[in-house]
Design a binder for this molecule. Sequence first.
Ligand code: ATP
Ligand code: HMH
Length: 272
Amino acid sequence: MTIAKTLTIAGSDSGGGAGVQADLKTFQERDTFGMSVITALTAQNTLGVHGVFPQSLEAIEAQIDAVLSDIGADAVKTGMLFSAEIITLVAEKLTQYNVKNVVVDPVMIAKGGAKLLQTEAIEALVTKLLPVATVITPNLPEAATLLGLEEIVTIEQMKNAAIELHKMGPDYVVIKGGHLHEGPAVDLLYDGQDIHELATERIETKHTHGTGCTFAAAIAAELAKGKPINEAVQTAKEFITSAISHSLEIGNGIGPTNHAAYRTLANKKGVL
Ligand SMILES: Nc1ncnc2c1ncn2[C@@H]1O[C@H](COP(=O)(O)OP(=O)(O)OP(=O)(O)O)[C@@H](O)[C@H]1O
Ligand SMILES: Cc1ncc(CO)c(N)n1
């Protein structure tokens, strides 16, 4: 039996809600074979990040070479990359192995405020990784930082940002509106010609740990299966919406989303 292969290059979240753990759960739920390259360990739970332990370049390179020289990947998703050196290595390896679908989630700061990317690494993200990306998925603060803007708070500003970010090299730009202060949860997809709006009602919950990782991993899984970008982003939006709608009240802080919700609901309706 053949199966689409997905690889995450990201940080480990010991609490299981974000990072590599969220990506692997999503890859599995979206019927792909998930693999991982761990760039950094975080000691993390629903209350926050309690420690960051970047892995050596040697360890990261060895993991990438092991996976891509043998198994290969139909899509790669990158998350927490932490330093300019790690970003440079990852960009070189994606080029060396000629990876076709590269989803770059430009992770910078965890919900509790912990730094997952060094400030001096932002330039490397822009100059090395964005040009090899198929699609990038910044949230509003990340999009503003990449563009050197103070903030992005309106849909109109999101549209302008999408067009400007596209000039930095990715084939497609998805700007996530989870951080909009009010109204529906609006994301934009810009394909270089048209801007497509994806909107859902904002779900009233504080348990949103790992939303960004899960959404980007779902896009990667759909691209790995050969889906066109519009369909991949639409499916990912449906997937994250049901994961947030049924998010989990575990731990004492911001609980994780429910990766199994989409499949469970679809099974009940008998449509999967
Ligand atoms: N309260 C909500 N209700 C509905 N959808 C939401 C809500 N919060 C976020 N989303 C959606 O979840 C996805 C992730 O967006 P978000 O802006 O939260 O990412 P993020 O900030 O990168 O997440 P993370 O904190 O994991 O880094 C987007 O599709 C966004 O629209
Ligand atoms: C390891 C890791 N990656 C990404 C995020 C962003 O949510 C997080 N909290 N932890």
